[in-house]
Structures are given as structure tokens and as C-alpha cells.
Design a protein around this ligand. Structure first.
Ligand SMILES: [Zn+2]
Length: 196
């Protein structure tokens, strides 16, 4: 195999994490270990070197698995898998896949890396596209227009927090925030309601 030698010049100095990358939430390790049994219900442990696909909730365009750790909200499933397997909070490090399978939670395929490694990884996989399709036509979006209207209604009426709505609709809280702040699905407000 001749893969992995494509980088001809290494960066000399690594500045601080690039702006605009995701903030990394620490994993509450005791909470993760307490919920380890529940976590295991969402994947089937296969052969040691196979990918173990996440069957629980997902979030985002790449179908990244998510798992709730209660008070600290949703975390990516691979991150929780890594934390449980290594009995360590990955802290400021990203949890990356050696298998390029965003749904995989086999700890043998997970490794930690810096924000720069994560950027390299995303660029390599072509996931850093800026433009994203709108609304229901976007791939992997589980929400419908009526879900979005309900999220906005319930949030505006203070019936539920963004975290609670995220859990109820099975999406990440960032997605709920994007909806309530009109950063996504903004076109819904401009359209007249559909006749029934
Ligand atoms: Zn894998």
C-alpha cells in the first residue's frame, strides 16, 4: 500500500486550533461509564477488526452517531465509545476514525487527534463543503417542515429548552439552535403555510 505518503511538505508550526472548528465538550467519564450498558444497546459488537455500526440517534450531514450523557447533553457516539473503552476523557482531543466510517464505534478503529488532524481528515474526506442544501432536501436530515415549525413554536412559547427539543426530535442541540435562531430553515418563514 502506498497510501498515506501524499503529504509532501509538513507544516512547520502548528498555530492554535483553526477558527470556526467545533468546540469540544469534555466527556463526563463517570456518567459515560454509568451509561455504558445502555450505550452498548445501540451497536452490535462484530469481529474485532470489523466496523461496529451505530444504530442509535444521528446528527448532521455525515450521519454521525450521537448519545446523550444526561446533564451534559449529546456527545458523538465514537467519542463516548473511545472514552468508555479507554476509561479516559479525550479532553481537548478529537476522536477520529481510522476506517473512514462515521458510524463506526469499534474502539479499535478510533484514535485521538488535534483539531488540525480533524481538519486534514475532513478535507481528505471532502466534508468541508461550505454550501449545504436547504431543508428537507439536505441529506441525512431527519426533520420535516412540520417538525421545524413545532420546534420554533415550542421554543418561542418557552415550553421546552433547546436541549429538551434536541432530545425529543433526536437531533443535536446545535441543530435546534440553528432552527430557533433562523440560521437554518430560514426559508420556512417566507413561505405561506401549505394548504391541507
Ligand atoms: Zn470502523
Amino acid at each position: 500500500m502506498s497510501l498515506g505518503k501524499s503529504r509532501t511538505s509538513r507544516r512547520k508550526a502548528r498555530p492554535a486550533a483553526p477558527s470556526g472548528t467545533r468546540k469540544i465538550k469534555p466527556v463526563d467519564l463517570p456518567e459515560a461509564l454509568r451509561r455504558a450498558e445502555r450505550f452498548r444497546r445501540y451497536y452490535v459488537e462484530g469481529e474485532p477488526d470489523a466496523c461496529w455500526g451505530w444504530t442509535g440517534g444521528t446528527c448532521g450531514r455525515d450521519g454521525r452517531g450521537v448519545f446523550s450523557l444526561g446533564p451534559t447533553g449529546l456527545h458523538t457516539a465514537p467519542r463516548v465509545a473511545w472514552a468508555i473503552a479507554n476509561r479516559t476523557d479525550p479532553g481537548p482531543l478529537f476522536v477520529l476514525h481510522s476506517c473512514d466510517n462515521a458510524r463506526c464505534v469499534n474502539p479499535a478503529h478510533l484514535l485521538t487527534g488535534s483539531a488540525w488532524d480533524n481538519m486534514d481528515d475532513m478535507i481528505r474526506k471532502g466534508r468541508d463543503r461550505k454550501a449545504s442544501p436547504r431543508g428537507e432536501s439536505a441529506p441525512n436530515v431527519k426533520l420535516t417542515e412540520s417538525d421545524v415549525r413545532e420546534i420554533r413554536r415550542a421554543f418561542a412559547a418557552r415550553e421546552a429548552t433547546q436541549e429538551a427539543l434536541a432530545a425529543r426530535f433526536g437531533v443535536c442541540s446545535r441543530q435546534v439552535w440553528m432552527i430557533t435562531s433562523r440560521r437554518s430553515w430560514a426559508h420556512l418563514d417566507q413561505e405561506p403555510p401549505r394548504p391541507r
